[in-house]
Ligand binder design. Structure first.
Ligand code: NAD
Length: 246
């Protein structure tokens, strides 16, 4: 197994890609700290891992709150003794769509707060533990909207571009501590996040003429978290059916 005896923290693990990643990482032998702001979602993911024979602990945390994130990392280390891998996946699409001049400030701040500041806060608290261990792996969840512009969801696109900036910077700053940091950039994937969207239109624009599946993105997370990608650092890996190739 690729992640035997590793302790892995996954944020936003109560739904969609985060849940699929938590299940896949557990199936590779990792002990999972399942975190989410949603208690029912997080508990359900932890239950699924335990019923499948894995190890999981649910810890509620809102990634926009520094105190929550600090407590999450502290609980992880108290429970499992270390933090080998962090998947900073929690994110929101935002309730508002519109051109940049139409966006209201609160909607913009909310998306940036969760998707960008949340990833920074997670790394802020995770990195000191990994530096003390002289080892660690971080995977930050960006998006194809972090690689190219995204009309009508400008705050989301800015937040996901920002995640790649944080990722590249962290990769350079912490490589000397044997810590790798990469970002994953999925195209539209079939999770609750895309439920309200026009799926037919989304599918039509993808070369593979379908949405991604959470399990496919989870396979990328597992690879980036494992020693199979041991010389991969500071990358923004698109998993997008070819969307950004054209
Ligand atoms: N689904 C897609 O098409 C797609 C594509 C590219 C990138 N992504 C990214 O993948 C990640 C997961 O998205 P998903 O599609 O699984 O969405 P989802 O809505 O199914 O899951 C997101 C999870 O994050 C949690 N969350 C939201 N705000 C939080 C906060 N402040 N603190 C802690 N947890 C919080 C939610 O409770 C939820 O469980 C997000 O970062 C998203 O931007 C998704």
């Amino acid at each position: 197994m690729l992640l035997n005896n590793k302790t892995v923290l996954v944020t936003g693990a109560g739904s969609g890609i985060g849940r699929a990643a938590a299940l896949a990482l557990a199936a590779e032998g990792a002990s999972i700290v399942v975190s989410d702001v949603s208690v029912p979602g997080g508990e359900e993911t932890a239950d699924q891992i335990i019923h499948a024979g894995g190890k999981a602990l649910f810890v509620q945390a809102d990634v926009t709150r520094s105190d929550d994130v600090a407590a999450l990392v502290k609980t992880t280390v108290e429970a499992f003794g270390r933090l080998d891998v962090a998947v900073n996946n929690a994110g929101v699409s935002g309730d508002m769509q519109g051109r940049l001049h139409e966006f209201d400030e609160a909607a913009f701040d909310h998306v940036i707060g969760v998707n960008l500041k949340g990833v920074w806060l997670c790394m802020k608290h995770e990195l000191p533990v990994m530096m003390a261990q002289n080892s660690g792996v971080i995977v930050n969840m960006s998006s194809v909207s972090g690689l190219i512009g995204a009309p009508r969801i400008g705050a989301y696109s800015a937040s996901k571009h920002g995640v790649i900036g944080l990722t590249r910077t962290a990769a350079a700053e912490y490589a000397r501590f044997n810590i790798r940091v990469n970002a994953l950039c999925p195209a539209f994937t079939d999770t609750p996040m895309v439920e309200p969207m026009d799926k037919e239109r989304i599918i039509a624009t993808n070369p593979m003429k379908r949405l991604g599946r959470p399990e496919e993105i989870a396979a990328g997370v597992v690879w980036l978290c494992s020693d199979a990608s041991s010389f991969v650092n500071g990358q923004a890996l698109a998993m997008d059916g070819g969307l950004t190739a054209i």
